[in-house]
Design a protein around this ligand. Structure first.
Ligand SMILES: [Zn+2]
Length: 349
């Protein structure tokens, strides 16, 4: 592999928000252009809590990416009332790949989330038996928990007890942001893995306040201090098989970000693999990119690796200031900035 061009197995995005309606139509093609598959988050309003609803959502997504080979990997939204029967139906469906746990109130459309995991005991037992992964937004909620400590408190108060109660449950600790989370995953068994977003690798919390309040760098979990960013960069340089690509790309219209109470979420699907490639290059870790982007995720989920390849070339381009989002506009991650890598082609092997 030369440094001017790199060809890797086609990547997948293991954490993606596509929304629905006009927004879905606008953003889904960006992902389908780069990724073979993506784990689709179920936090619509109302959330996708049943297999029947997931079928409808799957159809909507397939219509939005018509003409591509993109495969949406669907998830269900875990609630206090998700039944063990729904888990059995999900496993039998074959297209539902996981359940998503949002602690109630943790992020966008999470009000229907789980209020107390004790209410889900039978359901989690069934998931453990079915080897259906639980994808976790790992933040403690409650006004007494400092926002920068939410991940650490969640590990201590919720995640450690959960893994003791369900030692074989497959868990993906989503969009990890701290050294604490990285260490926890490293020290856990092979049934526990994590995704890492581009923004948590590229930035620390200074980016929220650089030159003024910066709503387009606001996401949840919020950016953390530099030492945590460095811990995540150490992880990708290490090449550990327990960590994989998950953009958490989360579109919100410009006016909803640039508002007196701006929404959390960063849209990165427009240039996701190019941005990750630039990060791995900066870290002198281009040789670790393919496993992170294309092997570790499917291996964890028990799915085949992709057969196509993608080629990225060293060619600068400028990320637009905005894209259309149905009748609205969206400001993409790194808007207006120049990026060194371009996706050149997708090839059958
Ligand atoms: Zn997310």
């Amino acid at each position: 592999m030369s440094t001017n061009s790199i060809t890797i197995t086609q990547p997948d995005d293991w954490h993606l928000h596509l929304r629905d309606g006009e927004a879905l139509k606008a953003v889904a093609p960006f992902t389908a252009k780069q990724f073979a598959r993506a784990i689709i988050m179920p936090n619509l309003n109302p959330p996708v809590t049943t297999v029947i609803r997931a079928v409808e959502y799957l159809d909507e997504i397939l219509a939005a990416v018509d003409g591509s080979d993109f495969e949406p990997l669907m998830t269900l939204y875990l609630t206090d009332n998700t039944s063990p029967q729904e888990i059995i139906a999900a496993r039998k469906s074959c297209f539902i790949k996981a359940l998503k746990l949002y602690p109630a109130g943790a992020t966008t459309n999470s009000d229907a989330g789980v209020s107390d995991l004790k209410k889900c005991t039978k359901t989690l037992e069934e998931m453990q038996k079915s080897a259906l992964p639980l994808l976790i937004h790992g933040e403690a909620t409650g006004s007494q928990v400092d926002i920068f400590d939410r991940e650490k408190v969640f590990i201590d108060k919720t995640l450690i007890p959960l893994t003791q109660q369900f030692p074989d449950l497959k868990i993906v600790f989503e969009h990890i942001t701290t050294k604490d989370a990285a260490d926890f995953v490293q020290q856990s068994g092979n049934n526990i893995a994590a995704t890492i977003t581009p923004q948590h690798l590229l930035f620390n919390r200074n980016a929220l306040f650089q030159g003024g309040l910066n709503p387009h760098h606001y996401c949840l979990p919020v950016l953390k201090r530099n030492s945590h960013q460095q811990a995540l960069l150490n992880i990708i340089r290490s090449g550990s098989h327990k960590f994989f690509l998950g953009t958490d790309s989360a579109p919100h219209a410009r006016h909803k970000k640039e508002s007196a109470c701006g929404c959390a979420g960063i849209f990165s699907a427009h240039a996701a693999i190019e941005i990750y490639t630039s990060i791995f290059e900066q870290q002198n870790a281009l040789d670790k990119l393919e496993a992170f982007a294309s092997f570790n995720g499917p291996d964890f989920y028990g799915l085949p690796r992709n057969s196509k390849t993608v080629t990225l070339i060293k060619k600068s381009w400028q990320i637009p200031d905005e894209y259309d989002l149905g009748p609205d506009k969206i400001v993409p991650f790194l808007a207006g900035q120049t990026i060194n890598w371009s996706l050149a082609s997708t090839n059958d092997t």
